[in-house]
Design a binder for this molecule. Structure first.
Ligand SMILES: CC(C)(COP(=O)(O)OP(=O)(O)OC[C@H]1O[C@@H](n2cnc3c(N)ncnc32)[C@H](O)[C@@H]1OP(=O)(O)O)[C@@H](O)C(=O)NCCC(=O)NCCS
Length: 137
């Protein structure tokens, strides 16, 4: 992401949290309140520092900052990221719901919608069953 894109994201309400070791930034993860939910945005840990629990710690911290349902969008091919979120209580929503959520909460091109998945936390699924008890997700 370029510096300009980063400023644009911050301008649009993404709050970035960093994980530092010494004076080095090792990992970042953003959170953005959109309408009634919070989105996890731009999770990234430096390649050499992965699998050390840093992403998990950042995600736990971000979760502690909000009482809203959490959604995260990622590439359908990013199996490592999908697994990372699934192991931490997120579940993929079905295709129809994914398309709707990406249009409702994200500003991304149509082509990117096709290649993305959305995962939601338990709070989001609970909220859906309270409002629409018969609809599968
Ligand atoms: C997804 C991403 C942010 C995860 O960050 P991370 O720091 O590697 O995450 P963690 O270390 O917390 O967890 C990853 C694995 O390390 C393992 N792990 C955690 N602490 C560990 C430790 N102390 N020692 C060894 N392994 C450990 C965990 O078991 C976990 O495995 P699991 O997912 O099978 O449970 C990172 O892989 C990344 O930056 N990927 C590229 C960008 C990307 O795909 N972003 C997501 C798009 S939204």
């Amino acid at each position: 992401m370029s510096k300009e894109e980063l400023w644009q994201e911050i301008h649009e309400g993404v709050v970035f949290w960093g994980y530092e070791e010494g004076d080095q930034l090792i990992g970042v993860m953003g959170i953005q309140d959109v309408k009634d939910v919070s989105l996890i945005r731009h999770a990234y840990v430096r390649t050499t520092n992965r699998n050390q629990g840093i992403g998990g710690r950042l995600l736990s911290h971000l979760r502690s900052l909000t009482t809203r349902s959490l959604l995260v969008g990622t590439w359908a091919d990013a199996l490592w990221a999908i697994r990372f979120y699934e192991k931490r209580g997120f579940r993929q929503v079905n295709k129809e719901t994914k398309d709707r959520l990406l249009r409702e909460y994200w500003s991304i091109p149509v082509r990117q919608i096709e290649t993305s998945v959305v995962l939601a936390d338990e709070r989001w699924f609970e909220a859906q069953t309270q409002t629409q008890p018969t609809k599968p997700f």
